[in-house]
Write a protein that binds this ligand. Structure first.
Ligand SMILES: Nc1nc2c(ncn2[C@@H]2O[C@H](COP(=O)(O)OP(=O)(O)OP(=O)(O)O)[C@@H](O)[C@H]2O)c(=O)[nH]1
Ligand SMILES: O=C([O-])CC(=O)C(=O)O
Ligand SMILES: [Mn+2]
Length: 606
């Protein structure tokens, strides 16, 4: 018996066989120096943080309570989509948008990489639940990792710790096995680096087995395995099998001046405005917005036939640049409340954080995310474009009380949207569920810094889920159609929005941010039958005068340009949509292909 085995059996805070077997097998494979079962106490967090400060990974921030700064390796700054794999038994089940490797072959590769990969390090065992532990069918996970930075981040992002392990033991619950290593074993006496990682990276998912193996990266969506890997890729496969939806969506509660409440979920691709909309401060008098989630929504039918959404996460992992008092004051307040980790932002000389867009005036001197001196004359941004704040949901001053409800909130409207300079209007309502699924399936957006690769290229990002669907995209579309065809379903209305359309002089046609509340008002007016709208080839637009622009200081003409459905743009779009469906192959449902023909004829192009 190795040291680890003795240690594991004697000190494990659970007697659950499945859990012990899993942890033991990973310890045997990865050969860590010790095993630490994560409890989630304040004392544990303090000591982990102190260790990370000692190692140079974290710097305490003088200006923010219990908050830390981290700078990653410059080559480990975002999700790596080209190193992300869906290892289903059949290649066809991974579909055309995923990288597929045979599961047996991937397991062999991983076994080699993980063999001894935690040498000289501590292996942490993080018991967690996505959603609520007292939900009807709680979705548990155990992440083993050799990164204490991941532990501290996971304790913010998910409900985790000893109380979750106890609950799992009580229920003898199934759990998703999440295995993570930064891939940087330490030889005896070898010094560690502040951000250990490996140039070889594998973010591998086994959807049938419901397990995740992540190697080589310590960053965000690659390493906090409860988030994108579990709550979207694996959960989307579970949701397909169980008849629900796991989506890349924010959840927002809106209350009108008359006290009418509506719940909205919205899917925008990474770095396209979910966190901002989730924390919107309406500019229209009397309107109130409250936050339920900013990135992921799990939606299931309730007994009344409505779709109920829960946020499976417990924290925000928000894009820092562009977040400031004038754009997202609610997020700024959340950050001020402390208990946060900031990664790849810039440091001020007095021990605070800064990033582009936080303040209008730039500080005279900073330490940039690479650790270099920075002044306003510097050519490179001070914060990495994908720098992030990791903050507990409880810090959000606009948190809705329903956040504690394990069954979630009934969704009235689903919004799809992307970042498009042209073509896509500010807002349009789809005709019905199938048309909404069609519009979601052709969602398009310019790429952002949230993933490695070229930024600013238009690509299709169906339902904002392109990098996150754990199975064949065509089957995923069919699943959405099936949800709509569920007997007794009282479905949300589906809208499509674009805050990012530009004028000829390249300026934004719509001021965005808090002013998006005017678009939300029109949406609520549609839901409640107060706005009649006007029909276009692609959906229902606000009729002239229906969008409230009072006091906004923009002209009716500018609004008309933001809302315009231009036939010449749509002729080009249609061709691109046809190419897209061809590219996706024969799993695309006939019902959606039929939507393309109908759009073609509505555009007068048949
Ligand atoms: N012009 C404009 N920019 C916006 C608007 N909303 C958000 N942004 C900018 O878009 C960027 C990303 O916004 P987020 O709200 O963090 O995006 P997200 O969808 O939550 O991103 P992920 O966390 O990567 O999934 C930030 O730089 C924002 O300032 C808007 O209404 N108009
Ligand atoms: O997953 C991440 O690293 C951050 C995120 O929310 C996204 O990219 O959508
Ligand atoms: Mn996201």
């Amino acid at each position: 018996m190795t040291v680890v085995e003795t240690d594991l059996l004697s000190s494990a805070p659970t007697s659950n066989r499945r859990i012990l077997d899993f942890v033991q097998s990973i310890a045997t494979l990865t050969a860590p120096e010790r095993v630490h079962w994560v409890t989630g106490t304040a004392e544990e967090k303090r000591s982990l943080a102190a260790e990370l400060v000692e190692a140079g990974t974290l710097k305490p921030l003088a200006k923010k309570p219990n908050s830390y700064y981290a700078a990653s390796d410059p080559d480990d700054v975002a999700r790596v989509e080209d190193r992300t794999f869906i290892c289903s038994e059949r290649e066809e089940d991974a579909g055309p948008l995923n990288n597929w490797v045979d599961p047996g072959e991937m397991k062999r590769t991983l076994s080699e990489l993980f063999a001894g990969s935690m040498a000289g390090r501590t292996m942490y065992v993080i018991p967690f639940v996505m959603g609520h532990a007292d939900a009807k069918d709680p979705k548990f996970g155990i992440e083993v990792t050799d990164s204490p930075y991941v532990v501290l981040s996971m304790l913010i992002m998910a409900r985790a710790g000893q109380h979750i392990l106890d609950r799992m033991g009580e229920l003898d619950a199934e759990f998703v096995e999440c295995v993570h290593s930064v891939g940087a074993p330490l030889a005896p006496g070898e010094d560690d680096v502040p951000w250990p990682c490996n140039t070889t990276k594998y973010i591998s998912h086994f959807p049938e087995e419901r397990s995740i193996w992540s190697y080589g990266s310590g960053y965000g969506g690659n390493a906090l395995l409860g988030k994108k890997c579990y709550a979207l890729r694996i959960a989307s496969a579970i949701a397909r099998d169980e008849g629900w939806l796991a989506e890349h969506m924010l959840i927002l509660k809106l209350t009108s001046p008359e006290g009418e409440v509506k719940y909205v979920a919205a899917a925008f691709p990474s770095a396209c405005g979910k966190t901002n909309l989730a924390m919107i401060k309406p500019t229209l008098p009397g309107w109130k917005a409250e936050t339920l989630g900013d990135d992921i929504a799990w939606m299931r039918f309730g007994e009344d036939g409505r779709l109920y959404a829960v946020n499976p996460e417990a924290g925000l992992f928000g894009v820092a640049p562009g977040t400031g008092r004038h754009t997202n004051p609610v997020a700024m307040e959340a950050i001020e409340a402390g208990n946060s980790i900031f990664t790849n932002v810039a440091l001020t000389d007095d021990g605070d954080v800064w990033w582009e867009g936080m303040t209008e005036e730039e500080p005279a001197h900073l330490t940039d995310w690479r650790g270099d001196d920075w002044t306003p004359e510097s050519e490179r941004p001070a914060a990495h474009p994908n720098s992030r704040f990791c903050t507990p949901m409880e810090n959000v001053p606009t948190l809705a009380e329903e956040w504690q409800n394990p069954d979630g909130v009934p969704i009235d409207a689903i919004l799809f949207g992307g970042r498009r300079k042209t073509t896509m209007p500010l807002v349009t309502q789809t005709f019905d569920w199938a048309h909404g699924v069609f519009m979601g399936s052709v969602l398009s957006s310019e790429t952002t810094a949230a993933a490695t690769g070229q930024v600013g290229v238009v690509r299709r990002d169906p339902m904002a889920m392109r990098p996150f669907i754990g199975y064949n995209v065509g089957d995923y579309f069919q699943h959405w159609l099936n949800i709509g065809a569920t007997r007794g379903a009282k479905l949300p209305a589906i809208f499509y929005v674009n805050w990012f359309r530009r004028a000829e002089d390249k300026s934004f046609l719509w001021p965005g941010f808090s002013e998006n509340s005017r678009v939300l008002k029109w949406i609520v007016d549609r839901l409640s039958g107060r706005a009649t709208g006007t029909e276009t080839a692609i959906g229902i637009s606000p009729a002239p005068g229906e969008l409230d622009i009072e006091g906004l200081g923009i002209t009716e003409e500018q609004v008309a340009n933001a809302l315009a459905v231009r036939p010449e743009e749509w002729a080009a779009e249609l061709e691109d949509i046809e190419d897209w469906y061809r590219e996706l192959g024969d799993h695309v449902p006939a019902e959606l292909k039929d939507q393309v023909s109908r759009l073609r004829s509505r555009l007068g192009l048949a």
